[in-house]
Design a protein around this ligand. Structure first.
Ligand code: CAA
Length: 246
């Protein structure tokens, strides 16, 4: 007998041991789901996250299709089939186009955009067969508005919006919703890596007057994954303090 209403749901969060992903994991945990996080390289951080949260962490790169297939099989063996997928893993390799190397383009597209395909591909058929699923893809304000120095990242994050809408159509009949959340600048390591003078100018243009907190993004993801959100699909939820009104 399930101890909480959602205990039979398994949620998987990519890039789940830090930043927005860790906040999504905690929100899912609080909602009562069985939660798994993926991470790519930092074992010590993943161990610390798992110890502090009680959430299992699994290591693989979302950019590697076969690693996703194998990794999801491991999660399924440990927790059960994946009902909820938050495609959160993302990287930046910022440079103006003039300075951007092909490798910087490829890495960002492979992780941020192809990673969504790789992960969704491995769970989507099962969700449809079970007639229930939630996929939330983390886009960005910079995929909606563009950002100097981010042709790679903006392209990937805009691509996620099209991917989301197309997949929403394919899941709708079978109870699988697919939505995007587009965060603004959020207080994470990724944003703290932006040069301080550049970041100060960006924050000065945010109507709310500050960075987002990861928890403010996570609660939107949890909202879209709830049982009651079954009629929301193909949507983009912008969470950016008023910085860009799509
Ligand atoms: N708009 C217009 N011109 C700009 C500009 C801007 N925003 N930023 C720089 N320039 C101009 C400079 O004034 C300079 O012009 P001059 O040559 O005439 O002096 C020129 O562009 C410099 O170009 P460079 O290619 O030499 O740029 P750079 O090497 O100095 O650095 C950069 C460029 C790496 C993009 C740096 O500006 C930067 O890191 N910007 C921040 C990018 C950013 O916001 N990233 C977000 C990361 S967080 C994230 O992505 C999470 C999320 O989802 C929100």
């Amino acid at each position: 007998m399930a101890s909480t209403p959602n205990a039979h749901r398994v949620a998987l969060v990519t890039g789940g041991t830090t930043g927005i992903g860790a906040a999504i994991c905690r929100a899912f945990h609080q909602a009562g789901y069985a939660v798994a996080a993926t991470y790519t390289h930092d074992d010590a951080r993943a161990d610390a996250f798992s110890k502090a949260s009680g959430i299992a962490a699994f290591k693989w790169s979302v950019a590697d299709y076969q690693a996703c297939v194998d990794g999801i099989a491991r999660v399924t063996a440990a927790l059960g089939p994946v009902d909820i997928l938050a495609n959160n893993a993302g990287i930046t390799r910022d440079a103006s186009l003039a300075k951007m190397q092909p490798e910087q383009w490829r890495e960002v597209i492979d992780v941020n955009l192809s990673g969504c395909f790789n992960m969704a591909h491995a769970v989507f058929a099962g969700m449809r067969a079970r007639k229930w699923g939630r996929i939330v893809n983390i886009s960005s304000i910079n995929g909606q508005a563009g950002q100097f120095g981010q042709t790679n990242y903006s392209a990937a994050k805009a691509g996620i919006l099209g991917f989301t809408k197309a997949l929403a159509l394919e899941g709708a009949r079978d109870g699988v919703t697919v939505n995007a959340v587009a965060p603004g600048y959020t207080d994470t390591d990724m944003v703290r890596a932006v040069p301080a003078d550049v970041l100060a100018k960006i924050v000065a243009r945010i109507p709310v007057g500050r960075l987002a907190r990861p928890e403010e993004i996570a609660r939107c993801v949890a909202f879209l994954c709830a049982e009651e959100a079954s009629y929301i699909t193909g949507a983009t939820l912008s969470v950016n303090g008023g910085q860009y009104m799509a």
